[in-house]
Design a protein around this ligand. Structure first.
Ligand SMILES: [Ca+2]
Length: 97
């Protein structure tokens, strides 16, 4: 079943350690569990999420717009962002889901 924005979070996933980000929220540090550990992320339709290599929104960044595709899984390795993200921001832009 495709992931869906549920009004409370913009990212999620299934199984294992899942980093769930709220809507219209930014984390200057994603926390020790996910820092330099995330390999993939699900961005729900209607959300726009940006991830930075360094804390405090520093260094290179990558942006994902949630689209209603099968499972919405974004492989961070495709953007050379595997195991590097340290800060993140997600906003709800609407129009998805
Ligand atoms: Ca990092």
């Amino acid at each position: 079943m495709p992931a869906r924005h549920n009004g409370n979070t913009c990212t999620g996933g299934s199984g294992g350690n899942v980093f769930r980000m709220g809507v219209n929220i930014a984390y200057s540090y994603v926390g020790s569990t996910f820092n330099d550990e995330a390999s993939s992320i699900i961005v729900f339709p209607g959300c726009s999420c940006t991830f930075w290599e360094n804390q405090n929104f520093g260094g290179p960044s990558v942006n994902f717009e949630g689209v209603p595709i099968e499972d919405d899984l974004q492989n961070l390795a495709n953007d050379n962002f595997n195991d590097v993200i340290s800060s993140a921001e997600c906003i709800y832009v609407g129009g998805g889901g």
